[in-house]
Design a protein around this ligand. Structure first.
Ligand code: ADP
Ligand code: MG
Length: 252
C-alpha cells in the first residue's frame, strides 16, 4: 500500500471570478485522522468536494492511494477516475439517503451497481455494518422513520460498504440536534480506533482536538495553520486561528 493515502498539492478552485481555494497542500497517511476547522465560507466543503470528484479543481494536483486523479489541473481518464473514486467515501452533512429505499437497500444499492456484488453479498455486508452501527432492527425502515442520528449512521454504513481507503466527513453532526451529536461522534471515534483513515470537517472543537492526529485551520480559502491537534487547538500560533477559536469559546 502507498505510504500516503491522500496527497493534495497546490489545489485551487474558483467559481467564476470567485477564488474559494488557493494553493492548498497537505497529505494524509494511512490510519491518520485529519481534522479540518475554519469559519463558514472558508472553502472546507468545496475542498472535500474536489477531492471526492463532486467538483472540478481549477488547478493543482490530487492523488489518492498513490494514484494520480488530477495533476496540475489535468484529470486522469474516466476509467481511472472511477477506480480512484472508489477509494474515497464521503459522508454528507444532510445524510443524502434515498427516501424511497429502505435502510438496507440504501446500503446495498451502490455495492451492487458500482462494485458488482451479488444481492446476497451486498445484504450480508449491509447487515454487518448495520449491526456495527447499532441499527440491526432498522433494516426495513425508511429514512423518514429514523432520527437524524440514525440516518447519519446509515449514511456512514453506506459509505463503509464500498470499502473505501479513506473516509471524508463534512460536518457530520451539524444537522443534528445537540443530544444526537454524541452518537455520531462515538461512531467516528470507534472508526479511528480501528485505524480508518479519515478527514473530518467539524465545528466540534473538543472532538477535533481529541480525535485528530493533525488539524488544519482554513480561512478565506487558504490553510492558515496546521499541526498536531493539541497544539493547534490549545496553543495556536496565528492570530486568525486564535481569533477563530476564541470566538468559538464565546459562542458555545
Ligand atoms: P465552508 O464549507 O467552509 O463553509 P464552502 O466550501 O461551502 O465553505 O464555500 C466556500 C465559498 O465558495 C463560499 O464563498 C461559497 O459561497 C462559495 N461556493 C461554494 N459552492 C459554490 C458554487 N457551487 N457556486 C458558487 N460559489 C460557491
Ligand atoms: Mg461546509
Amino acid at each position: 500500500m502507498s505510504e500516503v493515502i491522500v496527497q493534495v498539492e497546490n489545489l485551487s478552485k474558483s467559481f467564476g471570478s470567485l477564488e474559494v481555494i488557493r494553493d492548498v497542500s497537505f497529505t494524509v497517511g494511512p490510519g491518520e485522522v485529519l481534522g479540518i476547522i475554519g469559519p463558514s465560507g472558508s472553502g472546507k466543503s468545496t475542498m472535500l468536494r474536489c477531492i471526492t470528484q463532486l467538483e472540478k479543481v481549477s488547478g493543482g494536483s490530487i492523488s489518492i492511494c498513490g494514484k494520480q486523479m488530477v495533476k496540475d489541473g489535468i484529470y486522469a481518464n474516466k476509467k481511472e477516475l472511477h477506480q480512484i473514486g472508489l477509494n474515497a467515501g464521503l459522508v454528507f452533512q444532510n445524510f443524502n439517503l434515498f427516501p424511497h429505499f429502505t435502510v438496507l437497500r440504501n446500503i446495498t444499492e451502490a455495492q451492487i451497481h458500482v462494485l458488482g456484488r451479488s444481492n446476497a453479498q451486498a445484504q450480508q455486508r449491509g447487515r454487518e455494518l448495520l449491526a456495527k452501527m447499532g441499527l440491526s432492527d432498522k433494516e426495513n425502515a425508511y429514512p423518514c422513520e429514523l432520527s437524524g442520528g440514525q440516518q447519519q449512521r446509515v449514511s456512514i454504513a453506506r459509505a463503509l460498504a464500498l470499502d473505501p481507503q479513506v473516509l471524508f466527513f463534512d460536518e457530520p453532526t451539524s444537522a443534528l440536534d445537540p443530544e444526537l451529536t454524541g452518537e455520531i461522534l462515538k461512531v467516528i471515534r470507534e472508526l479511528a480506533q480501528e485505524h480508518m483513515t479519515m478527514v473530518v470537517v467539524t465545528h466540534e472543537m473538543a472532538f477535533a482536538r481529541d480525535l485528530s492526529d493533525r488539524i488544519i485551520f482554513m480561512d478565506g480559502g487558504v490553510i492558515v495553520e496546521q499541526g498536531p491537534a493539541q497544539e493547534v487547538i490549545n496553543n495556536p500560533q496565528q492570530e486568525r486561528t486564535k481569533h477563530f477559536l476564541n470566538r468559538f469559546k464565546e459562542n458555545n
